[in-house]
Design a protein around this ligand. Structure first.
Ligand code: OGA
Ligand code: MN
Length: 294
């Protein structure tokens, strides 16, 4: 059956129908999905009946999967490739992934091996809310003036987990030793401010409120004004799509040219439970040199 593609907003996102991901996907179908994904940046498959094995098999068709060794706590007990984004208690303990993604970000941009594709599969969702927003970072770049684009083209920015954990009021890890360990595992990195997508060749703005601390070679104070402008500009409503989840939706997004935000628009009285899988792509960025640290 041919895949039908229905755009979900002017800027970003499309629903793909006529694909059953619970069955093996052939190469022609994979190629069609891949093309739609590159074009629409976030694709939505509804009503999917996916075991972890099937989600993993589908994910592998797009590249090597992360096994989340650096953050082992919320891996699926039998499938290390599946990471649980959940507000349900795990082993009787409060979940530390219940408020994942509460600031705009692109997955793992604070590492030199940022995530290419994220696939998030909804298992439980509150009766209202629990929505996720996405922004088209090609558009964010293309709508800047030529003068600012030329300036940004030459810059790198510091992305760090430390920035994320210290600016995020929802960050739920409280144990200082655990936080110190996380920072040690993820030292700050320099990323291009404008990232050229390796598959489409298009340029996308690659800074985020959640993870970008300052420009390389500049202080935080000097960087602040321009970064704040870019953060606000990138997420203008007309560059975004907001996904209202249904159980059994599977979303796949391209972190090389998008950002996303998990909104705190629901009550934790209700369960929100997602199976997340990430495809590792080509490395991007570099570790900061000692003299570039501040
Ligand atoms: C993620 C993430 C968003 C959400 O899985 O990377 O940010 O809505 N999740 O759960
Ligand atoms: Mn994320």
């Amino acid at each position: 059956m041919a895949i039908k593609i229905r755009p979900l907003s002017h800027a970003i996102g499309a629903e793909l129908s006529g694909v059953d991901l619970s069955r093996p996907v052939d190469e022609a179908t994979r190629a069609e999905i891949h093309k739609a994904w590159l074009e629409h940046l976030v694709i939505v498959f509804r009503g999917q009946d996916l075991t972890p094995q099937r989600q993993i098999a589908f994910g592998r068709m797009f590249g090597e999967l992360d096994d989340h060794k650096a953050v082992p706590f919320y891996r699926h007990p039998e499938h290390p490739e599946i990471y649980l984004i959940t507000n349900k208690k795990i082993g009787g303990k409060e979940s530390q992934t219940k408020d994942t993604g509460r600031l705009w970000h692109s997955d793992h941009s604070f590492t030199t091996h940022p995530t290419t594709a994220t696939m998030l599969y909804c298992r439980e969702i509150p009766p209202v809310g629990g929505t996720t927003m996405f922004a088209n970072m090609y558009l964010a770049y293309e709508t800047l003036s030529p003068g600012l684009r030329a300036l940004l083209d030459k810059l790198e920015a510091v992305h760090s987990l430390e920035h994320y954990t210290s600016h995020n009021p929802y960050f739920s890890v409280r144990d200082p030793a655990q936080i110190a360990k996380m920072h040690e595992l993820s030292p700050p990195v320099a990323q291009p401010v404008v990232r050229t997508h390796p598959e489409t060749g298009r340029k996308a703005l690659y800074v985020s409120e959640g993870q970008t601390e300052r420009f390389v070679g500049m202080s935080r104070e000097e960087s602040h004004g321009l970064l704040q402008f870019l953060f606000a500009h990138s997420v203008k409503p007309e560059f975004t799509y907001r996904h209202n989840w249904n159980v059994s939706d599977m979303l796949m997004w391209d972190n090389r040219c998008t950002m996303h935000l998990a909104l705190a628009d629901y009550s934790h009285v209700h369960s929100r439970h997602m199976h997340r899988l990430t495809v590792l792509g080509a490395p991007c960025g570099r570790l900061l040199e000692a003299q570039e640290l501040q």
